[in-house]
Design a protein around this ligand. Structure first.
Ligand code: GDP
Ligand code: GDP
Length: 439
């Protein structure tokens, strides 16, 4: 399970600059999709071989009493509490401010390990840039320059070491080591996630996993269906401690992100009996950012009138049009209808996400695309696309080599994506296109 690093600090200290630096490699891959509610505050990063999730709490600072800012502040606090380690950023050029102290007090209360980081310290001496901040009582600060990258790799390495030290040791892998397709079921509270888990696993097993002592932060439950192996990535939020204790679960961004990032295929569950909400679109946005394969389950389809059903389908098309690469299934977790076809789509989404695309086949597909439509000139520059190879799986990444590829516009990129998607029948997975220009 990937550790979670939360970036905290008052506005303008450089949180988003650091966030962008940490997640940059992924950022560039995501095509702009119309209709998607973008949340640039969550991302994946990597130092060396170590992957992590990073949360930028930027933009959530204002202390509002209610409304959306209040909700966001609440989510931020929850995110901080759930993060494995907090990177608390202050501004070395501006020095200590009262707001820094307020944040320090808040961080002390939430009991997570905190690394104090002085940003904007390029070209400055350690002693002079840090002197102010000892007053916060957080020990020796790290100094970095988010803009230039100085000290960033060391900081993240330290943060990951701290996160690792926090963790309770993983139990010995059982003989049923993780096998098959890893599935994460995500969705806002009450859409029917735990009902679906029960339907997939059988009630007894779910309860067994909820016995005291077996409850961990996050577990992987292997199961079999029609001869195929799957593993359910279960964050504590999905499992229920029996109907008696059924409380309204809080939605947790961190748990959702964790399970998405550890899965091969995400099953996004929606509630047909409720309007598609901003929160649904947000969660869909996380999935898209992560690049994981996706299947959408529209749950509680039982007992709906046919005109209601049509209404819902239209609504889905309008609000979630950016998920058009995914299969939608209309199901009832409660009555166990539609589950077979849903699982079939999970299988094919997994197959698409893991597809192996050889260089000759990709290059041929590229040539076909070019025959049909050339990229436009940009001024006097004509991009030249030469060949393509596969740069990754889950999601498939197609790396196109050539010259002057930076002149290719988004429309053409989308055209290529569509062409590769159709040529290789890639349903249910995002597909990423990268360009590499030679000189
Ligand atoms: P946020 O509000 O905390 O997310 O801060 P931003 O990342 O938006 O940065 C605020 C300002 O500080 C921007 O103008 C950045 O260019 C600048 N900045 C960020 N990191 C550094 C740094 O390491 N050195 C310097 N000199 N400026 C920086
Ligand atoms: P979770 O919070 O996403 O795990 O949602 P639950 O599985 O706890 O379900 C929330 C409520 O929706 C419960 O009262 C379920 O009985 C009900 N529910 C779940 N699936 C269905 C379904 O397919 N049809 C109907 N009518 N109700 C359902």
């Amino acid at each position: 399970m990937k550790p979670v690093i939360a970036l905290v600090g008052r506005p303008n200290v450089g949180k988003s600059t650091l966030f962008n630096r940490l997640t940059r490699s992924r950022d560039a891959l995501v095509a702009d999709l119309p209709g998607l509610t973008r949340d640039r505050h969550y991302g994946e990063g990597r130092v060396g071989e170590r992957p992590f999730l990073v949360i930028d709490t930027g933009g959530f600072e204002p202390v509002a009493k209610d409304g959306i800012m209040y909700e966001m502040a609440k989510q931020t606090k929850q995110a901080v509490v759930e993060a494995d380690v907090v990177v608390f950023i202050v501004d070395g050029r501006q020095g200590l401010t009262p707001h820094d102290k307020t944040i320090t007090d808040f961080l002390r209360k939430c009991g997570r390990p905190v690394l104090l980081v002085v940003n904007k310290s390029e070209g400055m001496k350690y002693t002079s840039v840090t002197a102010d901040f000892y007053e916060l009582g957080m020990g020796d600060p790290y100094v970095i320059s988010a803009a230039h990258g100085d000290g960033v790799a060391d900081l993240v390495t330290e943060a990951l070491d701290v996160a690792e030290a926090q963790r309770t040791p993983e139990p010995e892998p059982e003989e049923t080591a993780v096998r098959g397709t890893k599935i994460a079921i995500v969705g806002r509270p009450n859409v029917g996630k735990s009902t679906l888990v029960n339907t997939l696993l059988g009630e007894e097993r779910v309860i067994a996993f909820d016995m005291p002592g077996t409850t961990r932060d996050s577990i992987e439950i292997p199961f079999e269906r029609e001869g195929r192996h799957y593993t359910l990535i279960d964050t504590a939020g999905i499992r229920r401690r029996g109907k008696v204790f059924e409380a309204i679960e809080k939605f947790s961004v961190v748990k959702t992100l964790k399970s998405i990032s550890d899965a091969n295929v995400v099953l996004l569950l929606l509630d047909a009996q409720q309007d598609i909400s901003e929160q649904d679109a947000h969660i869909a946005g996380f999935v898209l950012e992560s690049g994981r394969a996706l299947v959408v389950g529209v749950n509680k389809w039982d007992g709906m009138e046919s005109d209601q059903r049509n209404q819902i389908k239209m609504d889905l098309e309008r609000k979630l049009n950016f998920l058009s690469f995914a299969k939608f299934h209309f199901i009832s977790a409660l009555k166990s209808t539609g589950i077979g076809p849903l699982m079939k789509s999970i299988d094919s989404a997994y197959a698409a996400a893991m597809a192996k695309l050889s260089t000759p086949r990709l290059t041929r597909a590229l040539e076909e695309a070019l025959e049909h439509q050339q990229p436009r000139r940009k001024g006097s520059i004509r991009p030249k696309l030469r060949y393509a190879h596969q740069g990754g799986q889950n999601p498939p990444v197609v790396v196109i080599h050539g010259n002057a590829l930076e002149a290719i516009d988004d429309n053409y990129k989308r055209y290529l994506e569509k062409h590769f998607r159709e040529t290789f029948s890639l349903v249910g997975t995002p597909l990423r296109i990268e360009f590499r220009s030679g000189k």
